[in-house]
Design a protein around this ligand. Sequence first.
Ligand code: TEU
Length: 542
Amino acid sequence: MIDDRVWWKHGVLYQVYPRSFYDSDGDGQGDLPGLIQKLDYLSDLGVSGLWLSPIYGSPMLDGGYDVSDYRAINPIFGTEEDFQRLLKQAHDRGLRIIMDLVLAHTSHLHPWFIESRSSMDNPKRDWYIWHDGRNGRRPNNWRSAFGGPGWTWDEKTRRFYHHQFLAEQPQVNWRNPGLKQAMFDLVRYWLDRGVDGFRLDVCNYYLKDELFRNNPFKLGPTPRPYDLQAHIYDGNRPETHQVLQEFRQILDEYREKAAVGEAWFEAPGDPTGAAAYYGRGGDELHLVFDFSLLHLKKWDAVRFYQRIKAWLEALPAGAWPCWVLDNHDAPRSISRFGGGSAGMNRAKVLAVLLLTLKGTPFIYYGAEIGLKNGRLGRRDIQDPAGRRYWPFHKGRDPARTPMPWTAGPQAGFTIGRPWLPVNPDYPEVNVARQLQEPASLLNLYRSLLTWRNKEKALHRGEMAFWLDGRDQVLAFHRTWDREKVLVALNFAADSRRIAVASPGPWRTLLSTHRPAGEELSGPELVLAPHEAGLFKTETDAG
Ligand code: TEU
């Protein structure tokens, strides 16, 4: 079994988007009492911890990533007591809770910003990034990731302020000691309340260039002006590392706490850039997301191999990898890779991959039942990024539709009107139904988690590639002591014959296509179309 003290390393984490998980009061939005009711589902699934997207006081202009009160629970989600109950009940089941900390910006309605913009000599003036402009124009070419310029003119004091996202998300100034202290106080506040760790929102964008230099031009993944800049002056400043080191020292004053960083880089991701946030000798974050698999759209085993290898090679010595295929900012993987019945086969291959790679996997709610991108119309869209770019893309709401629990009305998510429509395929794609079908994706996740939590080779063993995706088979070994598990993934829609390492015998732990316990005969393995399996052997001592 896993060592619970290093839950963030041996365990599997599950991202809950609270607004879409389960609604207990019929207002159409998920809430904390709803989540509490589903804790048994999550602990039966076999995960070790939950990351909650923001639940703080917020006008919800960016789904709660615009915080107006870091210490309050947003009434949409519940009360202070609900939060205490959630924490207690999660801990009673051995589930850890990770909070989402949004420390690069606040809401424009945060009292700090209201003070800061009120006058030039307000003590909090310097807590945000203000600038005179250059000859009556914006200070530089920094853009907002949601479109438009990264500067907004504020009439009151006749200055510009900077925002990486919405104008209603002013960027804070981490160079100001008072602001820094206030942010670190928040970190302690939540740790003192017993949360187990944090996910740090855009932690590579905390600090900005002191000289406000223009970002240089670069070719980007999209023609959006934001993507046509190298973000070297509005983000990724070297000083960020000092802040994260200090943050880490606070965490280390407590026991068994961990942090995972969102160091956002545009597609296809930048493994070396992200890996830098593990720090030197592990003095920054415990885990950092690499988004190169999240950005991947082509179903090609070679690409998976290359990106996995690139991330493993980019990690500093001793750093523990983590893996993410889905989150609340990207189209869902099952839809990226084709949807339909082929999509379900591929989702099974990906489930086996995600849960057997060396490192900590993050499951995004709904991925375990094959929830697809929602089909949303213009009027459904609430995400500001979607509204601005319609009809070119719908923003991120398609990946945030309600969790389908049953085949009943509104997929059993709410008795009210859901804040985003439930996916039309919910009569087939729902938890209740998949629990009853032995061969469902959900039951595959459950068995995978059972094996993963049981086998040391899988949750803490070393990893070595066996087949590099050529011929569309990706395979690797996980080893612990004398135990060796072969993970074999057939990305192809027809069968594939592969050699297995001798001596064997190899026994099937789990496969999408063959019974558990089946022994492989001989030095070859014939994989069925889209078969993904785990096969175990004991090697000679050595
Ligand atoms: O995301 C950071 C981020 O850069 C992405 O939003 C990205 O620009 C976008 O998805 C591209 O379409 C984090 C949060 O995960 C996201 O939900 C927030 O909106 C954002 O920060 C601002 O807090």
